[in-house]
Design a protein around this ligand. Sequence first.
Ligand code: THU
Length: 134
Amino acid sequence: MDIKNLIKQAIEAREMAYAPYSGFKVGAALLSVCGKVYTGCNVENAAFTPGICAERTAVSTAVADGVRKFSAIAVVGGADHLADDCFPCGVCRQVLMEFCPPGFQIIVAKSPEEYRVFTLGQLLPHGFGPSNLE
Ligand code: THU
């Protein structure tokens, strides 16, 4: 996996963020197991609650394209400049849990050179997922 390239795509996706209320722009690049990348940005709303995070935008785009298996996601965020850490929120972790295995990699990046890699299992231990309903 080309981590730097995935981060670059997340940085590019962040440019499209619609975040007039928080001013915090987030970009995500989701890598499918077949190698295709789906990007997303946060899309806020005047009514606040309907706003959606970058990660879930990327997941929804992929699922709408018929893709449900993923190996990694790169996430970047910040107001003026990229923040040190932009971890996926709890809701996004839960949505990733729906489609991704515990070893799925979550790359929290500040730049293509500065990043940290976590697994979904680390960020959402003992999560509730599809297997719980089998
Ligand atoms: N945000 C994301 O896009 N992803 C996250 O995981 C954290 C938060 C967005 C939501 C909102 O538009 C802005 O960042 C500030 O919370």
